[in-house]
Design a protein around this ligand. Structure first.
Ligand code: GLN
Length: 192
């Protein structure tokens, strides 16, 4: 199994560390030629969604990645990655890959509460630590999108088919279980 990590900007190295702790091979996507090699899943890291969206378009990665996700490639977006997957962003006129039936609210926690740590239940896993950094939340989901976690009544994790999105950063904790959950999604898809 090979998992590609989008490495244009943001916290991508931390995802690579989580995958290697799970014994999963990964490589970085930095330019168009990097997606020529085969891979079974993709992680889109946190960072700045507008910058990542712009770089994806400029590097010619936008369309091939959007098509691969639409065709069923398992993808895991954290924070800015969630914003890149969202079909709607409440407070941004621009959407990006727009493959997931969620409506995100950008920088949703305001400046005072920009960053915080908490713990909450994640469906199928249990109580996990959650680190939020100028995070979005998910205002609503539709179609077959399932809510996986909520904090203070706000949706912070969701899944739709092979797409997983978290508003928080599991890669900034020591808890490997959300990455393990994604690796299982990739395994299931590879077997199907
Ligand atoms: N606020 C960032 C954005 O809008 C996301 C923050 C993050 O990824 N930690 O893209």
């Amino acid at each position: 199994m090979q998992i590609a990590v989008l490495a244009l900007q943001g916290a991508f190295i931390e995802h690579e560390h989580m995958l290697s702790a799970l014994g999963v091979d990964s490589f970085e996507i930095r330019q168009l030629r990097d997606i020529q090699r085969p891979f079974d899943g993709l992680i889109i890291p946190g960072g700045e969604s507008t910058v990542q969206g712009k770089l994806l378009r400029e590097l010619g990665l936008f369309e091939p990645i959007r098509q691969a996700i639409s065709a069923g490639l398992p993808v895991f977006g954290t924070c800015a990655g969630l914003l890149l997957l969202a079909k709607e962003i409440a407070n941004d006129s621009r959407v990006h890959l727009a493959t997931m039936d969620i409506r995100a609210v950008r920088n949703a926690y305001g400046h005072q509460l920009g960053s915080f740590d908490t713990q909450a239940a994640f469906a199928g896993i249990g109580e996990i630590p959650m680190t939020f950094i100028r995070a979005p939340y998910i205002g609503s989901v539709w179609a077959d999108t399932q809510v996986l976690a909520e904090v203070d009544g706000k949706i912070v994790a969701a899944r739709q088919g092979n797409q997983l999105a978290t508003a928080f950063h599991p890669e900034l904790t020591r808890d490997l279980r959300v990455h393990e959950y994604f690796v299982h999604m990739v395994e299931q898809h590879a077997k199907a």
